[in-house]
Design a protein around this ligand. Structure first.
Ligand SMILES: NC(=O)c1ccc[n+]([C@@H]2O[C@H](COP(=O)([O-])OP(=O)(O)OC[C@H]3O[C@@H](n4cnc5c(N)ncnc54)[C@H](O)[C@@H]3O)[C@@H](O)[C@H]2O)c1
Length: 438
């Protein structure tokens, strides 16, 4: 099938590469000429495991092409995916300017029937907006269908998630168009849920809001555990043996970040408010997430006293492992709070330092995790990269000025850390002498 994907970000590029890999003729379009240039040269503008290889192979065999001319991509394709950004506006409302702009180009460039598939996460009702823009720009000259096909991939495992989805959601009022989009996903053998457009748009926000809710919920449980002497890891283990409570997204830590949960929770609260309903639980989810970062920094301040003149080592800058995406990363927020308190920060991340440096130039970036910890008064582990999970605690205790480890993702066993002579502070964990087995 001839497919255009407009927007070559985390979602668009993965979508384009995967559809090409499944045997379709795909053209990816982006207004960012630098990205298109890189892609034409076989490089990817983002880090995502397996992506650069997939892009190169499919480009080489002629199934995947790149253009900065969106109209050209629309003209050459039967199905056009919109995968541009929908960042939050000042009130949390999703900013649809990129989506509108693509819809205008589609309306102007189409020369026959098109299926326009919205993959961006958009407020309920956006399908109608896209449809109206296309009708206005095309003057009603050509037939088209607008489909909502929200994306559920996670950065860091995006190709796996795209190729092995739990389900594919297709929202459309015309069953024939839904069938064509379903055909594209056919080789994946995934359950396909066909709904109306409004429900499909709502499914995406509901999923993200619920996952964010799980995280804030367990974070509050962790905060209570700290106060009553329980250990949240043991609590989670006991709770999730109940088949009704799935362990995914149910670990305590410094809270959620990234380009999706923070903006999508705000956007859904805004959608609800505009529909005349106050989404009270979701507002609390957002507030708890903000609080979680403050509480983490407060623990560091509590142990170190005044942060002035103190050096804090930070491991992890991306909002999650296996990505260079630092959008809304808890790490950056935490670092800013530490700097505001007067600390200096030396940070290490396997891939996200360059992106972080552009946004936060005032800290030291080092190319080695242990070099960051040298002479530090505390080590804060904020992103759970696999390579941090096995650490040389003895070496750290020796290298640091004060042997203090703040585990913002609960990746370590307190007893193991403490046996090496470091003080351990997790999130909702029991620590201190004799804490492991009471
Ligand atoms: N990142 C994720 O993990 C993820 C997961 C599921 C859904 N989503 C949703 O998918 C959408 C895209 O997210 P992303 O992370 O890929 O965004 P992104 O910012 O990485 O990529 C968006 C791309 O669109 C391009 N663009 C903007 N305006 C354009 C235009 N008029 N024409 C052509 N290209 C244009 C930008 O240059 C950029 O390359 C968002 O709505 C997001 O909420 C993201």
């Amino acid at each position: 099938m001839k497919v255009a994907v407009v927007g070559t970000g985390y979602v668009g590029l993965v979508t384009g590469a995967c559809f090409a890999d499944l045997g379709n003729q795909v053209i990816c379009a982006d207004i960012d000429e630098r990205k298109i240039e890189m892609l034409r040269e076989g490089e990817t503008p983002i880090f995502e495991p397996g992506l650069v290889e997939m892009v190169r192979i499919n480009a080489k065999v002629g199934r995947l092409a790149f253009t900065s001319d969106v109209a050209e991509a629309v003209a050459k394709s039967k199905v056009v995916f919109i995968a541009v950004g929908t960042p939050p506006g000042p009130d949390g409302e999703a900013d649809l300017s990129q989506v509108r702009s693509v819809a205008e180009t589609i309306g102007e460039a189409m020369d026959g029937y098109r299926i326009v598939v919205n993959k961006s996460t958009v407020p309920v009702g956006t399908g109608d907006i896209v449809s109206q823009i296309i009708a206005a720009k095309s003057g009603g000259a050509h037939p088209y269908d607008v489909v909502s096909n929200p994306e559920f991939l996670r950065e860091g495992s995006a190709i796996h998630d795209f190729m092995q989805p739990d389900r594919v959601v297709i929202g459309c009022s015309n069953p024939a168009a839904a069938d064509i989009v379903a055909e594209l996903y056919g080789p994946l053998n995934a359950p396909i849920i066909v709904t109306d457009v409004l429900s499909a748009e709502m499914i995406k926000y509901t999923s993200n809001a619920f996952l964010a809710l799980k995280i804030s919920f367990i974070n509050e449980i962790a905060n209570i555990c700290e106060r009553v002497g329980a250990d949240v890891r043991e609590v989670v283990e006991g709770v999730t043996k109940d088949h009704r409570i799935n362990p995914a997204f149910f670990g305590a830590g410094v809270g959620f970040g990234g380009s999706c949960f923070p903006k999508d929770t705000l956007a859904l609260a805004d959608i609800a408010a505009k529909a005349g309903y106050e989404f009270k639980i979701l507002k609390a989810v957002i507030a708890v997430n903000d609080l979680q970062r403050d509480l983490f920094v407060a623990k560091i301040v509590e142990r170190l006293g005044d942060l002035k003149g103190k050096k804090i080592a930070v491991w992890g800058l991306s909002f999650k492992p296996n990505t260079d995406d630092i959008r809304e990363s808890p790490a950056l927020d935490i670092i800013r709070k530490l700097l505001a308190g007067g600390a200096t920060v030396a940070a290490f991340d396997p891939v996200a330092s360059e992106a972080a440096q552009a946004e936060l130039p005032e800290i030291e970036y080092v190319g080695d995790a242990y070099a960051a910890a040298k002479d530090a008064d505390a080590l804060a582990v904020v992103t759970d990269w696999n390579e941090f999970k096995e650490a040389d605690f003895k070496g750290l205790a020796k290298a640091m000025r004060q042997p203090l480890l703040f585990d913002g993702r609960n990746i370590y066993e307190p007893a193991k850390v403490e046996a090496a002579g470091l003080e351990y502070v997790g999130v909702g964990r029991r620590s201190g002498p004799g804490a492991e087995k009471e």
